[in-house]
Design a binder for this molecule. Structure first.
Ligand SMILES: Cc1cc2nc3c(=O)[nH]c(=O)nc-3n(C[C@H](O)[C@H](O)[C@H](O)COP(=O)(O)OP(=O)(O)OC[C@H]3O[C@@H](n4cnc5c(N)ncnc54)[C@H](O)[C@@H]3O)c2cc1C
Length: 311
């Protein structure tokens, strides 16, 4: 069986690894320059900042097994056991930033980056499907797994004549505007290094040095979905967020500030099953809109997608 997967976020990479471990011929394509999707980390000077997912928790045995392996190999470490006093539930982070988890998952997997899938159509000859790339080339496959956010996956299936059987697939996504700052000294965040529901603008604030991923002071601010939507097109969003960040920065000064916008940050509706597939199982939709809008949900959805084809 030959499988092509759209998306090298955690769900696509987990699906690919699971299939490859069962000797399936699998290729992942991603439009991004690197793997990871919303597991995103960037460097500013010698600072390192996560600008997508900030940490993750573990609640299911399937994900725990994977995380145990990551801990043993030093891919992840515990940041803390909860913010605001703690709840004894570990918050894990990628040891070199959240993106390093994706890089670890991609090791040994065939991944084509900077490769934008354009459409899925019926294949010619023996291949059931063809994934057409925006440069006009095509990848033939017996099955296709789509792990892009749902509106992007549905757009890829316009030519595939897929019967959705009335499934309520249309999912809205929350937006997030993210401010990344490097500082010349310590900030005013609590010792845990993270603040959830910080104030009326910020839903999360994370100290990347306290997390153990940055050599110098660097803080990530996530604006709330409502604020992000209302201010999406503002020309001065960097100035507005830098001003709002001041109380959390304390006496430090901002050395560099950048804004990153996540248009499809988090699905508002979660599909009740861990993935969706056509009756013949040759088109599978997966990702965090299925098993939950978090790193763990995306992982478990990718695993479930692989098993649609394996079981
Ligand atoms: C700002 C923010 C904060 C978050 N914070 C947390 C957190 O603290 N804890 C937590 O657990 N979760 C958090 N999340 C959620 C978590 O990041 C996601 O649930 C998870 O990473 C989703 O993984 P995925 O594989 O389903 O999707 P993605 O990571 O989005 O992967 C999909 C991939 O598909 C690719 N793609 C899309 N269209 C195409 C195309 N046409 N051709 C080729 N490739 C394509 C994209 O480039 C992308 O790499 C956060 C997310 C955001 C945005």
């Amino acid at each position: 069986m030959k499988v092509v997967i759209v998306g090298a976020g955690i769900s696509g990479l987990v699906a690919a690894r699971e299939l490859a471990s069962h000797d399936v011929d699998v290729t992942v394509v991603d439009k991004g320059r690197s793997v990871g999707g919303r597991l995103a980390t960037r460097r500013i000077g010698d600072a390192r900042l996560d600008h997508g997912a900030q940490f993750f928790t573990v609640r299911t045995p399937a994900f725990q097994a994977c995380v145990d392996d990551w801990i043993e190999r030093g891919v992840v470490h515990v940041w803390n056991h909860g913010f605001d006093g703690g709840d004894n539930h570990p918050r894990y982070v990628g040891s070199s930033g959240m993106n390093s988890i994706a890089k670890d998952l991609a090791r040994g997997v065939s991944v084509e980056t900077s490769t934008m899938a354009f459409t899925v159509r019926a294949g010619s000859g023996n291949a059931r499907w063809e994934l057409v790339i925006d440069d006009g080339s095509a990848r033939s496959a017996d099955a296709v797994i789509l792990t892009s956010p749902i509106p992007q996956s549905l757009a890829l299936l316009v030519d595939a004549d897929v019967d959705f059987d009335g499934s309520p697939m249309r999912t809205e996504y929350d937006r997030t505007i993210c401010l990344l700052v490097t500082l010349d000294g310590p900030n005013a965040l609590p010792k845990s290094g993270g603040v959830q529901d910080g104030d009326e603008i910020f839903s999360f604030i994370g100290d990347n040095a306290a997390k153990g991923i940055s050599a110098s002071p660097a803080v990530t601010f996530h604006a709330r979905p409502t604020w992000s939507e209302a201010h999406w097109d503002d020309d001065d969003v960097l100035e507005q967020l830098s001003h709002a960040a001041k109380p959390w920065i304390g006496d430090a000064s901002i050395l560099e500030a950048h804004v990153k916008k996540w248009r499809l940050a988090a699905p508002r509706t979660i599909w009740p099953d861990p993935c969706w597939s056509t009756a013949d199982g040759t088109i599978v939709l997966a990702g965090d809109a299925f098993a939950g809008p978090k790193v763990e949900g995306a992982h478990n959805s990718g695993l479930a997608a692989a098993h649609v084809l394996l079981d």
